[in-house]
Design a protein around this ligand. Structure first.
Ligand code: UN1
Length: 487
């Protein structure tokens, strides 16, 4: 499965790899070397989406009737294949999306963990028995699949996010139409291939490649699609929800973030600065759980800034396959321009530039879409820098007087995905846990990531609907039915 310049990247419908009805293709490029074409991806139309839904619908009856532990067995085999293909998958991920190899390996491992967890739930799709208020009446609940579901996924975790949506959807007994991000079709193909090779029957998992703009209406408008799980931007998520709501389609949205780390006066500053650097510059800042704000009490501000700036120097940008490189490129030209525009806007807003990585000077970085670590200090919480998601290696340091004002600044955004506090004061930690407006809170731990068996998601503009991952994923991908039996 090595990526070559001629590899055609196709849809998967009804068990076959097929080109789209448009006959068009688009080049899939390596963001670290933009002249390197990894494949030519088919560009789908609404008609292709309809075919994929047809196939998913046709396969549903039999898949629903397949005992859940057997569904779990097939999904577990997909995880075993991902493990066997770990290195290849990770290299492809680095070439296609840009993140460094160590991050790609970690992403593949996370995908494996999620698929394994979901697979094991096949033996645990339990219901309840509930005592009836009436005599000789037995009440129990069962979990039913929803039907045909759509999984719409982003480019920044092109293996892990599809894995953690598709696996629970399948184990719960649904059939799936998968619409991966148009920037990472090769990773999507490999994810599907693992499920197919694991023994999934034809039509149970279908994939349609192409842009969300062109295809999302075909998913939101089709009565046969009973649920849509989406990860992407808040703007797109809102639109998708509004469209799907017209016909009462279930929707789960996992969206942006503007995650803050609060640094208190008693914090281990070295650890706090490391956490902010990893959170801000890891994955080139292209993750919804990235740290984009550090809210720091003034007593430790100069020392914190010094430590953070020193750490930023160690985040060498470059091709993620090269050893010694810690930070890969931005995924494409559009995102690169967006990140640069945000940095320029930040400079005009009056914030102090502690480190400007907007336009790297090293010649080898001109071959790809590179930005280097960028730090703003003296940022006012109302500035766009402190309000808008950037999705690049940019962090804003916001001064605060005390815990109260730090919490106020941290909460003063539309988003609410992840947050963190660095302190050794138990009262401050619990006050923070009470007050932080985020779905995932951390004490002395970076804002990043989440474990396979733990619910993942946010509040406010960051998340809507049931949580992903863990057993929570099954709340979205199944319905509860109650049975009353009189005897
Ligand atoms: C992570 O940050 O480890 O799109 C996972 C995203 C999130 C997943 C992030 N839904 O960035």
């Amino acid at each position: 499965m090595t990526a070559t310049a001629t590899l055609p990247v196709l849809n998967h419908i009804g068990g076959a790899w097929v080109g789209s009805s448009s006959g068009e293709t688009v080049a899939d490029r390596n963001p670290a070397h933009t002249d390197e074409v990894l494949g030519e991806a088919t560009v789908s139309t609404a008609e292709d989406v309809r075919h994929a839904i047809d196939a998913a619908e046709a396969a549903y009856r039999e898949w629903r009737a397949t005992p859940a532990p057997q569904r779990g067995d097939i999904v577990r085999k997909a995880a075993d294949l991902m493990e066997r293909r770990r290195e290849e998958l990770a290299r492809l991920l680095t070439q296609e999306e840009g993140k460094v190899l160590a991050e790609s390996l970690a992403e593949v491992d996370r995908a494996i963990g999620n698929v394994r967890f979901a697979a094991a739930q096949g033996t645990r799709l339990t219901g309840e028995t509930i005592p009836s208020a009436q005599r000789r009446t037995f009440i129990y609940t069962v979990r039913e699949p929803v039907g045909v579901v759509a999984c719409v996924t982003p480019w920044n975790f092109p293996i892990a996010i599809p894995a953690w949506k598709i696996a629970p959807a399948l184990v719960a007994g649904n059939t799936v139409v998968f619409k991966p991000a148009s920037l990472t079709p090769l990773c999507a193909v490999q994810v599907v291939q693992c499920f197919v090779d694991g023994g999934l029957p034809d039509g149970v998992l279908n994939m349609v490649l192409g842009s969300g703009e062109a295809l999302s209406r075909a998913l939101t408008a089709d009565e046969r699609v009973k649920a849509i799980s989406f990860t992407g931007s808040s703007a797109v998520g809102r639109r998708l929800y509004a469209q799907a709501a017209e016909r009462l389609c279930k929707v789960q949205l996992e969206m942006g973030g503007k995650n803050a780390v609060i640094v208190m006066g008693d914090a281990d500053l070295e650890k706090a600065a490391e956490s902010v650097a990893v959170g801000a510059f890891g994955a080139t800042g292209q993750r919804c759980t990235a740290t984009s704000r550090a809210v720091v009490v003034r007593s430790v501000l100069p020392e914190f800034n010094r430590l953070l700036a020193a750490k930023a120097e160690t985040w060498r940008a470059g091709d993620g396959l090269d050893s010694g490189v810690r930070m890969g490129p931005i995924v494409d030209e559009t995102q690169l321009q967006k990140v640069r525009a945000k940095i320029d806007e930040g400079k005009r807003s009056g914030a102090k530039v502690l480190r400007d990585g907007g336009t790297p000077s090293r010649a080898e970085l001109r071959a790809g879409y590179f930005v280097e670590p960028t730090i703003f200090s003296e940022v006012d919480p109302r500035m766009p820098l402190a309000q808008e998601e950037i999705f690049g290696p940019v962090v804003s340091v916001i001064p605060a007087d005390d815990l109260e004002s730090a919490l106020e600044a941290a909460n003063a955004v539309g988003y609410g995905l992840s947050s963190s506090i660095y302190t050794n004061d138990l009262r401050a930690a619990f006050r923070y846990a009470d007050e932080s407006q985020a779905g995932m809170l951390h004490v002395n731990i970076p804002t990043l990531g989440g474990e396979a068996h733990v619910p993942f998601g946010g509040v406010k503009d960051s998340g809507f609907g049931d949580r992903e991952c863990g057993t929570a994923a099954f709340d979205f991908f199944s319905e509860q039915r109650v049975v009353y039996v009189g005897y």
